[in-house]
Design a protein around this ligand. Structure first.
Ligand SMILES: [Zn+2]
Ligand SMILES: [Zn+2]
Length: 390
């Protein structure tokens, strides 16, 4: 039997150099032209069939095993964030204001390493692997753009896999959770309309600022009073804007924020209560409310059977690892759109290193991780693919 762990270890200089190159040259969502060209170059060098420009800047490669069989979709994301890097690392971003602060540079490097490992072992499995390098994961709609360009069409994937380096946990930790693992995300904009007037004469105005304050307070009741205490929900108001002058009661204020839930039934309850509270409280204060709700992503929900299989593979390869089966986050991920159609497993690979100070959180200007996690990620992903197609 071959030894993926030592093969991935041998490839480590390749993986690390790629990651550092992507890290020096980060590109925002839908602008990943340089990254995509390197991805396409290395996949083409492996002799794979490669399509570029899928979902604007995405890349897709297909890899055929020895015999026909199921189709597996394996997805990695490539985009950086509008953050100015403060790590001081030798390989720090050379583009001011843009940084790989979520680890997608690592994901892209892992993906190319997985392609090499699988190409090496294509005689050991049957079926097709669709390797997907996705643009614009950070809230810009990269997954939907790739789906619109037919990434879930021929060959239609039977199952999907994805991973995230996870700096909330140390290297050596792995998170493989069945069921909901990242939350559904809804965005809201609420306009509360009163009647403007002089700040010194509130009795002849209808003050939307006071109504907005009451609405914000009342919304806190949803998570605490309407949602089953054993379930999870977040309702966060992140801004309230009105007029600027200190002595003017504005005509209207606008509230914005985000709603996070795991279960569709809980999401339904939260959205219903949200609308009822906003309009009820606004009306009680003499104001009118206009509510706009926009679904950003569904929840990432892992297929229990597939997740069990991923767990089995991980615990065989890394018997010493701490493997958690209940890690969940209220963060969201657009891989959810692909997993809505294709049963999937999305797992986490611990990447923090407290001793070396590589433990800042995702999206932090000092974010960096222990690069040994790149090997763990590549080993796990390649091994799971081979196991599933064996
Ligand atoms: Zn992120
Ligand atoms: Zn991310």
């Amino acid at each position: 039997m071959f030894d993926i762990k030592s093969e991935a270890q041998e490839l480590f200089p390749y993986t690390r150099d790629l990651r550092r190159d992507f890290h020096r040259h980060p590109e925002l969502g839908f602008q990943e032209l340089r990254t995509a060209s390197i991805v396409a170059r290395d996949l083409t060098d492996l002799g794979l069939e490669v399509s570029t420009g899928v979902g604007k800047t995405g890349v897709v490669a297909t890899l055929e095993g020895a015999q026909p069989g199921p189709v597996l979709l394996v997805r990695f994301d490539m985009d950086a964030l509008p953050i100015h890097e403060e790590t001081g690392a030798e390989y720090a971003s050379q583009t001011p204001g843009v940084m790989h602060a979520c680890g997608h540079d690592g994901h892209t490097a892992i993906g190319l390493t997985v392609a090499k490992l699988l190409e090496e072992h294509k005689g050991d499995f049957g079926g097709t692997v669709k390797l997907i390098f996705q643009p614009a994961e950070e809230g810009l709609g990269g997954a939907q753009a790739m789906i619109a360009d037919g990434v879930l069409d021929l060959p239609v994937p039977d199952k999907s896999l994805s991973l995230h380096l996870w700096n909330d946990k140390p290297l050596g930790w792995i998170g493989i959770t069945p069921g909901p693992v990242m939350s559904a995300s809804d965005r809201f904009t609420v306009k509360i309309i009163g009647r403007g007037g002089h700040g010194a004469a509130p009795h002849i105005a209808i003050d939307p600022v006071v109504a907005g304050a009451q609405v914000i307070t009342a919304l806190q009741n949803i998570a605490s009073r309407n949602v089953d205490p054993l379930q999870s929900a977040v309702v966060t108001v992140t801004s309230m804007d009105g007029a600027e002058a200190f002595n003017v009661i504005p005509e209207a204020v606008e509230l914005r924020g985000t709603i996070r839930t795991f279960e569709p039934e809980i999401r339904k309850i939260v959205l219903e209560r949200f609308e009822a509270i906003v309009s009820g409280v606004s009306n009680a204060m003499g104001c009118q409310a206009e509510v706009q709700l926009q679904s950003i992503t569904p929840a990432v929900t892992n297929d229990p059977e597939l997740t069990e299989q991923v767990f089995k593979v991980a615990s065989e390869i890394y018997p010493q690892a701490e493997i958690s089966t209940d890690e969940r986050t209220m963060g969201s991920e657009d891989m959810a759109f692909m997993m809505d159609d294709i049963p999937g497993c999305y797992f986490f690979v611990g990447s923090a290193d407290h001793e070396r100070g590589l433990d800042a959180g995702h999206h932090h200007p000092k974010f960096d991780f222990n690069e040994d996690a790149l090997v763990t990620g590549a080993v796990l992903m390649a091994s799971v693919v081979i196991d599933l197609l064996n």
